[in-house]
Design a protein around this ligand. Sequence first.
Ligand SMILES: Nc1ncnc2c1ncn2[C@@H]1O[C@H](COP(=O)(O)OP(=O)(O)O)[C@@H](O)[C@H]1O
Ligand SMILES: [Mg+2]
Length: 243
Amino acid sequence: MRLEFCGLGKQFGEQQALRDVTLTIPEFQSLAIIGPSGGGKTTLLRIIAGLEIQEKGYLCINGQRLEVDEEALLAHRRTIGTVFQAYNLFPHLTALENVVLPLVKVHGFSEREARDTAGALFARFQLAGHAHRRPAELSGGQQQRVAIVRAIAIKPRFLLFDEPTSALDPEMTAEVLDFIAELRGEGRDLIIVTHNMGFAREVSDHCLFIAAGEVQEAGQSSDLFRKPHNPLLVNFLAKVLRY
Ligand SMILES: Nc1ncnc2c1ncn2[C@@H]1O[C@H](COP(=O)(O)OP(=O)(O)O)[C@@H](O)[C@H]1O
Ligand SMILES: [Mg+2]
């Protein structure tokens, strides 16, 4: 997919979350967004998802400008699979119902179609044995895999992940990142905000470094990690790669 940002600005009260982000990201399949906390990563991801509206500028996805009227945004949101930090499943529903319900209520599937779709995905991704458990009966990694299955069930144009492993221990982090890498291997397009530099470097072909509301550096992941230029990025990598 391709992305183009043109003078994007977003403010929350006094806080300038994004300032004049102007950038074209050429064809990529997996884009990693990295950077310090509070830098604007989530805000950018939410604007791409159509969940937040910028005050200034615009963005194009695959050459098509994202219109910001409510109707267009609503339609846009339905075409994207989003996965945020862990534990966003409905606690009172089983894993399977967590996938079935939005298909029926939001995406207009019949009950039967929704169950068939969800059942097939659970089988394919080794979750069939967990289908009838509630989130509290699943590990964090399993819960997050269910959330990812929920995102791909709608056959999204692309997937957005915001720190999908930040609430998980290392073993479960690997389980979830392996799953995301598998989806990338299937040819799905994805954008991921992550603190996992190994994943950003190895699995993503493109990388953005955002700090202080600005894209400080962008490029092929291999180049960006091998030869970072921006002093903020050099400093950031030194810090996160120290331990
Ligand atoms: N809904 C909000 N209300 C007020 N301030 C916000 C809101 N969302 C983000 N911010 C502020 O915008 C800045 C960027 O936040 P965010 O995009 O969440 O950064 P990151 O994901 O990189 O940690 C931060 O200073 C944050 O406090
Ligand atoms: Mg964030």
